[in-house]
Design a protein around this ligand. Structure first.
Ligand code: GDP
Ligand code: MG
Length: 277
């Protein structure tokens, strides 16, 4: 397979802008895709967020495997970081995030209150493409303000919003790793739709998704596809016929990606959490 190393110029620019903007904020809201939390941690963003309190948001928790996820989350909690599980598409997340932001910024709040002022807290939302940053921002704003979409690259530039009770929040474009050497991570990011399908999608990648799912959740594929476990067999049970005769593996590959990403295969955490990075 072609080596995946996707870091276009606009992402370099987005990272540089992030660097500037992070200096202005009190807290970083670091959104991780709960189906692949480890691969969602971008070393470049880590560096930028070093000096700030961090709220890790394990987003898309409705699509993930909580049991596996629970083993991972302790590393996200420290003196200056905390985490929450979230389904950003569900209303009601706003108040939980609000109170966590307040806890992480309690020093600033205290200092201001001593002077009799109610401080405005500034938060920036960061993370890999397509992990749900704009959806989360909209949820906090209680109405759709930021444009969202189920593919990477929807948010093109930083955008500040005010949310009630003295919090300002900045939505940002997603950024990937500048040096995506680890191809297991690269594939994982492609599986969850963080790298454009136009760049990475092919039958080989679909075969690798099959392999990955089979490794972590043995038997789930054949249970879902009536005994089929290869793309050809999936095409057969779904009656995806090729025009030239035979079965349409490409269509099966697309169906597989779609079924995985929409949760039809079940709630899956798609990376090996024990593997050392
Ligand atoms: N199932 C599910 N889908 C989500 C969640 N959060 C966001 N999405 C979907 O993920 C896609 C990407 O969301 P978006 O906010 O544009 O991601 P961004 O690129 O990080 O800003 C959209 O189709 C959202 O509806 C979630 O918690 N659960
Ligand atoms: Mg966005």
């Amino acid at each position: 397979m072609m080596k995946i190393n996707w870091f276009p110029g606009h992402m370099k620019k987005a990272l540089d802008e992030l660097k500037k903007e992070i200096e202005k904020v009190d807290v970083v809201i670091y959104v991780l895709d709960a189906r692949a939390p480890k691969s969602s941690i971008n070393p470049e963003i880590d560096k930028l967020a070093e000096s700030r309190p961090i709220l890790f948001v394990l987003n898309k928790v409705d699509l993930s495997d909580i049991e596996k996820l629970e083993k991972f989350v302790p590393i996200l909690k420290s003196e200056r970081s905390d985490f929450i599980y979230l389904n950003s598409t569900e209303s009601g997340a706003g108040s939980i995030i609000n109170s966590k932001i307040r806890l992480l910024c309690k020093n600033k709040i205290k200092k201001h209150e001593e002077k009799g002022i109610k401080p405005t807290l500034r938060a920036i939302v960061v993370g890999i493409p397509n992990c749900g940053k704009s959806t989360l921002v909209n949820n906090l704003c209680k109405k759709a303000k930021a444009v969202t979409g189920n593919k990477p690259g929807v948010t093109k530039s930083q955008q500040w919003f005010s949310i009630g009770s003295n919090i300002e929040i900045c939505d940002t474009p997603g950024t990937l790793y500048p040096n995506l050497e680890n191809q297991e991570i690269a594939k994982t990011l492609a599986f969850i739709g963080s790298i454009k399908d136009e760049v990475v999608f092919d039958i080989e990648l679909a075969n690798q998704l099959l392999e990955r799912i089979e490794k972590i959740y043995p038997g789930i594929i054949s249970r879902h596809y009536k005994g089929a476990s290869t793309l050809e067999e999936i095409a057969r049970v779904r009656a995806f016929l090729s025009q030239g005769g035979g079965f349409d593996e490409e269509r099966a590959a697309r169906a597989l990606f779609n079924d995985f990403r929409t949760g039809k295969l079940g709630q899956l955490l798609i990376e090996d959490l024990d593997e050392k990075l």
